[in-house]
Design a protein around this ligand. Structure first.
Ligand SMILES: Cc1ncc(COP(=O)(O)O)c(C=O)c1O
Length: 497
């Protein structure tokens, strides 16, 4: 399998035409191929050699793979992988441990605590989010008072949001029993915040704007803190309880950054939990020059980012840092007889089952540990800086071509939003249609894969939303030539629409 993966990664880099970046199959095609390869239907009564099964399966599924590890993958946000991460994943699978309790595999818990502290220090996170020296212990079954901050690996930023919100809801209900909780984020926040509110029973559905107040943004697409303040005051006056405010550092659509000090100060005045979502951009804080985004983080209750997006750790790996781990564990802990053990009862250990939705958990710390140790701080910084440089290269190409418009790239990071320039007499809606047509043409071509979004303030002063294309750079194998080739392809395809 390792040989096969190595050959696949080699092909992605050396044989660009071999694997169209976005899968070109139609619905049902993979299932038909599985049937044709003899690996469908009822489970076989008799097993057969793995090599045979593997050959048949790989042949059937490969056309249905969108190649997230291809150097021409510029869609969504990256989900990058690397050799040490994959080997960590394999080791985790081979060990096959379930680290639900410290006692069920002490190394699983203790390596996770160590690696999260190391990563937090590397990123310059406030000390209150780290276990620190002597902070390895848990909170005990009684929720001991001495424990403070710490961190946990979640699968995704969405799960981190749920965990933070459950704790926030508990805190709000203790402060104002019986009052209806309200959560706040900007109109540009990721949908996972609304979904977390739906899961927590705070919102009745995605359109429950009374339960999740999606605050309008300013021209930089950052949350308007005057409107946040007003919304919280209105809710408090009406007997509702401001429960949690999520600040986004690097929004999905356009990499906008909320003004964290101002958001946290407003939330603090209303006693709301402050959660900070930096799912992709947070990885950049391994470089000191990007720590500006963490200003105000010392005022937050929880913070998460995903090394599985942009720090060489394969999916899944979200790191959730919390200032008060007892707030999380007291909201999520339940101890049936069959999970009781001496170490937990003594409060001497962290039991990560109390920090997450599921009981069981994989040994994900291994892949993060292997990546940090193998690349080292300098290797990780070089990786981030190269992608940011490539973002600059692409932005310059867009800027120099009158057929395209660059949508403000003042943050100069790895996401570049752009669109075809409006033609004379073209309505904004017609330009939007052309932008999507261009995207489809590029993606069908197979050499590159980009995605679109809609955002406000595409043209200065205009708050109506417009379609833009996103060039999101962050795949492990992406080099300057891939960025330039993608740009050439985009230019060629513009002529076709
Ligand atoms: C800002 C932000 N938050 C949250 C998420 C959700 O990520 P996950 O898949 O880890 O839940 C994303 C995904 O792109 C994101 O960009």
């Amino acid at each position: 399998m390792i040989e096969w993966i190595a050959a696949y990664w080699q092909q992605l880099q050396a044989e660009p035409g071999r694997h169209p970046v976005m899968s070109q199959v139609v619905p049902g095609q993979v299932r038909e191929a599985l049937a044709a390869a003899g690996v469908a239907g009822a489970v076989p009564e008799q097993g057969r050699p793995f090599a045979e099964v593997f050959e048949a399966t790989a042949g059937a599924i490969m056309p249905g793979i969108t190649h997230w590890q291809a150097p021409g993958f510029f869609a969504f946000f990256p989900a990058n992988a690397s050799p040490p991460a994959v080997l960590g994943e394999l080791m985790s699978a081979g060990l096959g441990v379930n680290g639900m309790l410290w006692a069920t595999s002490p190394a699983c818990t203790e390596l996770e605590q160590q690696v999260l502290d190391q990563l937090g220090e590397l990123c310059g996170l406030p000390e209150k989010f780290l276990f620190g020296e002597g902070g390895a212990g848990g909170v005990g079954e009684a929720g001991g008072a001495s424990a403070k901050g710490g961190a946990v690996i979640q699968g995704t930023a969405s799960e981190a949001a749920v965990v933070a919100m459950v704790a926030a809801r508990k805190r709000a209900s203790e402060r104002t029993p019986g009052a209806r909780p309200v959560v706040y984020c900007s109109s540009q926040a990721h949908s996972s915040i609304v979904k977390a509110a739906m899961i927590c029973g705070i919102a009745s559905g995605p359109e429950d704007h009374a339960a999740v107040r999606q605050i309008e943004v300013d021209a930089s697409r950052a949350m308007r803190t005057d409107l946040l303040e007003r919304a919280m005051a209105e809710d408090a006056a009406a007997g509702r309880v401001p429960c949690m405010v999520t600040a986004t550092l690097g929004t999905t659509s356009s990499l906008a950054f909320d003004d964290l000090p101002a958001v946290a100060a407003a939330a603090g005045r209303h006693g709301a939990w402050v959660h900070v979502d930096s799912a992709m951009a947070g990885a950049a804080t391994v470089c000191p020059e990007y720590r500006w985004m963490l200003r105000g983080l010392e005022l937050a209750d929880s913070y998460c980012f995903n090394p599985h997006k942009w720090l060489l750790v394969n999916f899944d790996c979200d790191c959730l840092y919390v200032a008060d781990r007892a707030a999380i564990t007291s909201a999520l802990s339940i101890t049936p007889e069959y999970l009781k053990n001496a170490a937990s009862a003594a409060g001497a250990v962290v039991d990560y089952r109390d920090w997450q939705v599921p009981l069981g958990r994989r040994f994900r710390a291994l892949k993060l540990h292997f990546v940090l140790q193998t690349y080292g701080a300098e290797g990780l910084r070089a990786y981030i800086r190269e992608h940011v440089r490539l973002g600059g290269v692409f932005a310059d190409l867009v800027r120099a071509d009158t057929r395209f418009e660059l949508v403000d790239h003042s943050r100069r990071m790895n996401l570049v939003c752009f669109r075809p320039s409006p033609r004379p007499g073209e309505t904004p809606a017609q330009t939007d249609v052309r932008a999507k047509g261009l995207l489809d043409a590029v993606n069908r071509g197979g050499a590159a894969y980009l995605t679109h979004t809609v955002i406000p303030f595409v043209t200065p002063g205009d708050a109506s939303v417009r379609t833009v294309l996103r060039m999101s750079i962050g795949s492990t194998f992406t080099q300057e030539r891939h960025v330039r080739e993608a740009w050439a392809e985009i230019g060629r395809r513009l002529g076709d629409i």
